[in-house]
Ligand binder design. Sequence first.
Ligand code: NDP
Length: 252
Amino acid sequence: MSKSLTGRVAVITGASSGIGEATAEHLAALGASVAVLARRTDRLNELVARIEKDGGTALAIAVDVTDAAAVRSAADRVAAELGGADLLFNNAGVMLAGPIEELATDQWQRQIDLNITGLMNAIGAFTPQLAAAAAERGVADLINTSSIGAQNIYPNFAVYCGTKAYVTHLSRQMRAELGPKNVRVSALEPGFVSTELQSHVTDEATVEWLAGAREALEWLAPQDIAETVGFLATLPPRANLQQITIMPTGQT
Ligand code: NDP
């Protein structure tokens, strides 16, 4: 594999499983030094060990991204130990779907806290590093994981889709500010991807709906998203894909 990201420093949130884990491995294989952030330390340490075994450089930082001070400390460690980030894959997220009339307000709040506030905490902590890297080297990347739910209507997913519409629109707004400073901003909107995401859903009807969707079509693999992130980061500095919707071929 070509080492097209050699010299770059990538931070990946939600790196202990699914899309984030696959993307950390892929960016490391492309030559980037990677800082992997999530709460499950054991999973992060296993990931770092695999990357290092393959000759890469990785730093595990156990952090709950809903804790703004903890994310700022993580950013300080990235600056001190890897020399500052020039790529943030802002990816940690949770999906807790169910009918709005169930009033599962704790689940609404968990999604808002992580998908919006956690995402903003990472933006707040790492944007200064991205801007500094872009000023010095001419390019940096902020890639936010949104969802096809930001575009389409899915009954019972209103709060989750609302958080992801926020991510897509925020990304477009931020791009207008940061693009002129050579920081590319992209919103990545996957359809169904086989990960742990769906395993947290407790509403029975939604669990059944998801099981039906799994039987009906072949879902994306996390590697498909990882390669898309690698593609975005290796475009010429003049090119910025603002919004990428990637779905299983059979998903409508
Ligand atoms: P996973 O459940 O496998 O990954 C979620 C990641 O987020 C885990 O690494 C988890 O690690 C981390 N995380 C959860 N809570 C926190 C927290 N408070 N602080 C830090 N990290 C946290 O699902 P995916 O890989 O599928 O999800 C990644 C992103 O992709 C999400 O934003 C999701 O909404 C989005 N997405 C996924 C789709 C899919 O079909 N899978 C489709 C569209 C978008 P830990 O528990 O160790 O903290």
